[in-house]
Design a protein around this ligand. Structure first.
Ligand code: NAD
Length: 479
């Protein structure tokens, strides 16, 4: 698909384009120029989207699951067939490289088609002479899906796939920083899905709270920061909506002294700096054993020196800008704090005064454990390396956080690493790799990194209500 960037981007409600009223500008973070204008959803339009989803729900819920699986495959096909155009649009609004954008679009397709291989189980609890009892899972109704700006398509697919497979209908809201690719996806789905099954709305800061407080939703599935997640849970509680919250993280990597420095440095670098650090499960603090600290530090700096930071649409760029000004200022404030405190910079530092939200690859040499850069989620290309010499102490430090999203352990002895992995308080712990996720494996944040699960059977069942039906076999005799 070729996408004209100056064309109208429209919301999809009831399978149709909504006439565009008020709009807001979407900026290219590499140039700070306007890429496109997104519709600013009104309260009435949100009501209409929910009403359409509500109307579509009974028929969709009654549609055989095999047909719903075909619909997921068709959605995956739409993403795959239009990946070229969508990736260019995504790079222009998100900032990531074209390859990274293709990964998001095609990853979304993979997620949808893999989710279509799942089935919803029914469990027989009792089948005796007296009674039969089964537990089954029925759809919830209308799901409000709220996505962040770092991986707009794949993280939307995390929600759309299981919600639709389970028989729910959806109103999806992308981030105001990256709404355009999702709006296009909605446009491409018109005619592919029955009207109302997926509605896509875009808006500014009011739209999310309108959704979470709206009585028309049965569930809110949210991915974003822990701070917003708390607000979502509070607001959703008024009507006791179900919530799934995938939130922030401050993932530790623990590197043992027996690693092969040369081989591991590249992997460790990308674990922290992929997507310019804007990954919920990026390595955000790297604990390195003292025996290997100096050589690994040097190897990481060597990798950093080879990295081209630039406009994601340009050939050769490996890391794009930060997606938006707010996040840029947040990362800059962490770098400024490290500077003010006199921590040692191995590479990078404050950005130059230039167009675009670019931050150089920044590595800090052993800042104190209680520094902001170690304690807070940076969500940008800034990594503290921290020296350790005692395993139980480093496990305590890794766990000493309100977050519990991901972690990794690196060692030539994978059994030893596994023993450490089991002691980490996080929903996803990797040994000798990082960030591998599967549509078929549960993904959950512990502590303040989330509530509930996405992906896999457990994630699918979060889009259902549990129902136990008990049938007494011998009918009461007439008297
Ligand atoms: P954010 O919380 O600012 O926004 C996420 C979404 O929520 C956006 O669509 C936004 O418009 C909406 N929103 C904002 N305020 C709202 C409110 N009061 N009520 C309802 N919706 C509201 O997050 P972000 O800056 O877009 O994303 C970065 C954060 O997301 C990081 O903390 C990152 O770790 C986290 N994240 C987590 C996962 C995960 O799976 N655990 C994945 C990606 C990103």
């Amino acid at each position: 698909m070729s996408i004209k960037f100056d064309e109208d981007f429209t919301m999809t409600i009831d399978g149709k384009a909504v006439p565009v009223g008020a709009t807001f500008d979407v900026l290219n973070p590499a140039t700070e120029e306007v890429v496109g204008k997104a519709p600013d959803c009104t309260k009435e339009q949100l009501d209409a989207a929910i009403a359409s989803a509500r109307k579509a729900f009974p028929k969709w819920a009654a549609t055989p699951i095999e047909e719903r699986k075909k619909a997921l495959l068709a959605m995956a096909g739409v993403l795959a067939a239009n990946a070229e155009g969508l990736k260019r649009l995504l790079t222009s609004e998100q900032g990531k490289t074209l390859d990274g954008a293709a990964g998001d679009v095609l990853g979304g397709a993979h997620w949808l088609s893999s989710t279509a291989t799942l089935d919803i189980p029914e469990h027989v609890n009792e089948d005796s002479a007296e009674r039969k009892s089964i537990t089954r899972h029925v759809p919830l109704g209308v799901v409000g899906a709220i996505a962040p700006w770092n991986f707009p398509i794949i993280l939307a697919a995390f929600k759309l796939g299981p919600a639709l497979l389970a028989g729910n209908t959806v109103v999806l809201k992308p981030s105001p920083f990256t709404p355009l690719t999702t709006l296009k996806f909605g446009e491409l789905l018109r005619g592919v899905l029955p009207p109302g099954v997926v509605n896509i709305v875009s808006g500014g800061d009011s739209l999310g709270p309108w959704m979470t407080s709206h009585k028309g939703f049965d569930k809110i599935s949210f991915t974003g920061s822990s701070a917003t997640g708390r607000k979502v849970m509070e607001s959703a509680s008024a009507s006791l909506k179900r919530v799934t919250l995938e939130l922030g993280g401050n993932d530790p990597a623990i590197v043992l002294p027996d690693i092969d420095v040369e081989k591991t440095a590249q992997q460790l670098f990308w674990a922290a700096f992929g997507n310019s650090g804007q990954i919920c499960i990026a390595t955000k603090r790297m604990y390195i054993h003292k025996d290997v600290y100096e050589p690994l530090k040097a190897a990481l700096v060597e990798v950093a020196k080879t990295i081209k930071v630039g406009d994601g649409s340009e050939q050769g760029t490996q890391l794009g800008p930060i997606n938006n000004k707010l996040q840029f200022q947040r990362v800059v404030s962490l770098i400024q704090d490290a500077k003010d405190k006199g921590y040692k910079f191995l590479t990078g530092g404050l950005p130059e005064n230039q167009k675009g939200y670019f931050i150089p690859v920044t590595i800090l040499d052993n800042p104190p454990e209680d520094s902001r850069i170690v304690q807070e989620e940076q969500f940008g290309p800034v990594l503290p390396l921290i020296k350790f010499d005692d395993i139980s102490d480093v496990i305590d430090r890794a766990n000493n956080t309100e977050y519990g999203l991901g972690a990794s352990v690196w060692s030539a002895d994978s059994d030893k690493a596994l023993e450490i992995a089991k002691q980490i308080q996080a929903g996803n712990v990797w040994v000798n790799e990082s960030q591998h996720l599967s549509p078929l494996a549960g993904f959950a944040g512990h502590k303040q990194s989330g509530v509930g699960v996405e992906n896999g059977l457990e994630g699918l069942l979060e889009y259902t209500n549990t129902q136990t039906i008990t049938v007494k076999k011998a009918a009461p005799a007439a008297t």
